[in-house]
Structure formats: structure tokens, C-alpha cells
Design a protein around this ligand. Structure first.
Ligand code: FE
Ligand code: FE
Length: 290
């Protein structure tokens, strides 16, 4: 996916981060063994490591506030698009390093949604599969990779050592800031994730686009799908409220569809498009303001 490799964009493509999550940090239980992700002899792994270094260094409380103002604030001029247009646009952000995979972004979304559908799940759950990564369109606004993808985590309180490469948080300006570096930081015990500021990326951005239209479990899946320290590692218990605990099984239910779905036969977008147009129309307005 676009994101020409450079010093501030170390990944060859955005999906390299997801490949890392799927193979090295959270492999499919039983089918693959967890490898040591600190494999320093692997040049591909070096890119991912550098990506995390930048992510952990720059995702500070002030950075998140700045991005929220920039992308969620009233002053921003927004591009109005249908969900289908957004989906097809996301696909144009693809780099050409992957000639065998046709429409890789649409394929990931469709494979996720189709495998949810094949299990007979709720229709809004299927819709989550289709749209959960559309926030990656942040790339078209020139955002660096580390501000679009990567594990997400709360800012404004101590960074958990359950996050991959926690040592890089020492480079973060908040690491030695007494307002933000205690267990509770700016938050109250049990305040609920809704009151917690998450690091900035495609999850949070997409959540704000659809927050008025989907049921709560769907919104949790979208907003917290990259919050691995919570849904896979059980960290940040002290910030949760009962509602978060009630929603956690939904986030966990979504994760295997996101990580491990590889259909033997690629779904054909042109054939499935009418079905999804109808599903989108059931829940979302004709256009969203991106
Ligand atoms: Fe994602
Ligand atoms: Fe995804």
C-alpha cells in the first residue's frame, strides 16, 4: 500500500505491520508457533522494528490531541464519499510491489467480511468486516505509516510493557512527564475506555466516522481492533468499566477474522458489490464525511 518507503515510512507496505502481528506476535493458536520477533537477522523485521520505534516515540498525549483536532475538529474540510467510493479509493493506494494480489485492500476487507458472513453472524458484524480498515485512507492525507497502523494503546498514562517493543517508549516525551507516566496518569480508576485517549490511527478515525450508526459491539470492534495489549494481553484492566468488560468478547470474536482469514478462493468484488451496497445502505447514510 502506498507509503513510499523512507525514513519516516520504514515499511515496504502498510500490510507489513499486519503480517508481523499475524506471524510473529499473535500467530493462529495451534497452527503456528510463536517465533521470536526480535530476530535481528531479518531485514524485513528490521523495517517493522523501525516502524515501532517511530510509533512509540511519536505517539504522545500532545500528538494525539493534535491529530484529533486536525482530523475530528470542526474546522476541517472533509471529503464527502460513499462507503463504496472509500473502499475503492483505498485500493488505489496500493504500491506495485505485490503483483500477485489483485486489489489487496479490498481483498482483506472482503475476506474478513465473507468469512464472518459464512458463519451466519449478525449482518452488522459482516459490515464491520467490510469497513474496519477504511480508516487507512488517512494515508491519502499524507499521514506517516506510524500514525495510521500499528498496535494502539492509551496515551496520558504509563505505557504497558505488554505492547510490542515497549523499550521504545523511553524515547517518547511522555515517558518522563510526571503528568502522564503513572499507572493512572490523567485517568481515574475504572473510568471506562470511552474516557481514555487512544494512540492515533485508522481504528480511532474510522470509529468517529460511523459512531452514530452502528451497534455498540460493532463500534468496539472497529475502535479497538488493534488494541492488542487489551484484547490479547489483558493489560489496562484498571481503566476498564463494566461496559468495556461486556464488550471485550466481541472484540476478541472479531480478531481471528481479521488476522487469520485467508480464503482459498478470492471473493470477487464485482459479484459481491450489490450485496454489500444493500448492507451498507441498511446501516450507514449514503455518504460519510472523510
Ligand atoms: Fe486494522
Ligand atoms: Fe484488518
Amino acid at each position: 500500500m502506498n507509503s513510499q518507503k523512507s525514513e519516516s515510512n520504514p515499511l515496504d507496505k502498510l500490510d507489513q505491520w499486519e503480517d508481523f502481528v499475524e506471524t510473529a506476535t499473535y500467530p493462529e493458536p495451534e497452527s503456528r508457533k510463536k517465533e521470536n520477533y526480535r530476530n535481528y537477522d531479518d531485514p524485513a523485521r528490521d523495517c517493522v522494528r523501525e516502524f515501532y520505534r517511530l510509533n512509540h516515540k511519536h505517539q504522545s498525549f500532545d500528538f494525539v490531541m493534535k491529530k484529533r483536532e486536525e482530523f475530528l475538529g470542526e474546522k476541517r474540510e472533509r471529503k464527502e464519499m460513499t462507503t463504496i467510493q472509500a473502499l475503492e479509493l483505498l485500493n488505489t493506494l496500493v504500491d506495485d510491489s505485490d503483483p500477485d494480489i489483485d486489489l489487496p485492500q479490498i481483498q482483506h476487507l472482503l475476506q474478513t467480511s465473507e468469512s464472518i458472513r459464512s458463519r451466519g453472524c449478525e449482518d452488522w458484524f459482516v459490515l464491520v468486516g467490510l469497513i474496519h480498515d477504511l480508516g487507512k485512507l488517512l494515508c491519502i492525507y499524507g499521514e506517516p505509516q506510524w500514525a495510521v497502523v500499528g498496535d494502539t494503546f492509551p496515551v496520558g498514562c504509563q505505557y504497558s510493557d505488554k505492547i510490542v517493543y515497549p523499550e521504545f517508549f523511553e524515547l517518547n516525551q511522555d515517558f518522563n512527564d510526571a503528568r502522564y507516566n503513572t499507572r493512572q496518569g490523567i485517568y481515574e480508576e475504572g473510568c471506562g475506555l470511552r474516557n481514555v485517549y487512544m494512540s492515533w490511527g485508522h481504528d480511532e478515525y474510522m470509529y468517529h466516522l460511523v459512531k452514530n450508526y452502528l451497534p455498540d459491539p460493532a463500534l468496539y470492534m472497529i475502535r479497538y481492533h488493534s488494541f492488542y495489549a487489551w484484547h490479547r494481553e489483558g493489560a489496562y484492566e484498571h481503566l476498564l468499566d463494566d461496559h468495556d468488560r461486556k464488550m471485550l468478547p466481541w472484540v476478541k470474536r472479531f480478531n481471528p477474522f481479521d488476522l487469520y482469514t485467508k480464503c482459498p478462493e478470492a471473493p470477487v468484488w464485482s459479484e459481491l458489490k450489490p450485496f454489500y451496497e444493500e448492507l451498507i445502505a441498511k446501516y450507514l447514510p449514503p455518504t460519510l464525511k472523510w
